[in-house]
Design a protein around this ligand. Sequence first.
Ligand code: AMP
Ligand code: MG
Length: 362
Amino acid sequence: MEIDVTQGLQTTAECPLPGLETRVLPGDAAGVQAAAELLQAGQLVGIPTETVYGLAANAKDAAAVAQIFLAKGRPQDNPLIVHIARLSQLTEIAVNIPQQAYALAEAFWPGPLTVVLPRGEAIPASVSAGLDTVAVRMPSHPVAQAILRQSGLPLAAPSGNLSGKPSPTSAHYMLEDMQGRIPLIVDGGECGVGVESTVVSLCTPQPTVLRPGAVTAEQMARVLGYPVLLSHAITEGLKEGETAASPGMKYKHYAPKAQVTLVVGDARQYAAYVNSRAQQDGSGLMALCFAEDAPLLQLPYIEYGGTDQPEQQAQHVFTALRQLDEKGAQTVLAHCPQTTGVALAVYNRMLRAAAFRVIQLS
Ligand code: AMP
Ligand code: MG
């Protein structure tokens, strides 16, 4: 499923901007103050969150929001998430808020859960890529919280990568993508969760997860007292001509330069397969494996966590994808994660990084 990520791209203004140096400041009082001032002036700032780094702008300022799409090269029909600091801001962003939203907020905010609600008038349509819904989240990262509070603004922010690339989990990787495109990145260290938030829609007949993350459908079901559905597009991708419930679902995503293939099997099967591939033609071939696989491998590899440690895998998956490029990998055979619980979030990202190429050994 190769899709042109430049589709709908804005090309009228210049980006990167001539002569613009991107500053990186620590997430202390001065960094937070500088970020808040730029955001109030309608500029873009890279901010750390507990999931991944975000590319933030004033969510109420349509001109500032337009700059986000430009800086990322993001297709205009892929909506953004609005970040808030306090629950009382929710009514500025959304309308007709159902009781379930408050139940989920109480259980999971601040934290890695985004809720899709009917959009309020104060939020420009461009934030939601023209949809009449809006995605809202309250991040828990102390620096994100401080910037939200200091600026006094709701902040629209997608992940801080160039469109199509792996999301950045450190200021270093965000700078790699955004150098010369934005004035400031605030460094809040490495992200603890490592994959983007769970997105759950409350605008569907039953609550539906559109993108899996660290908050699972099972956890939300326990809070709500009834099942939360999983969109089939999480594991299948979209069929030809199908409209995306969450427009981000339809684009090529998270991909390193190398061609990635997922390999499904136990540690012995995986090792036997990748070792035999390395013997046939090892040039540019690398493994993306679990810690337990590493001793069995006879080719260069990057580890992304323990076999049964989905939180660890989530924390490392995007860094691992970028490291494969740094090491010059051309072909990557990745040991496929599980497809339940938090591992579903890792599987969802890896499947897209692999453009849905999967080899079944068991
Ligand atoms: P990013 O932070 O770059 O991963 O982008 C935010 C993602 O949130 C989008 O790709 C969508 O999948 C999802 N999203 C944002 N707004 C909405 C919405 N109104 N309806 C459905 N999904 C949304
Ligand atoms: Mg993204």
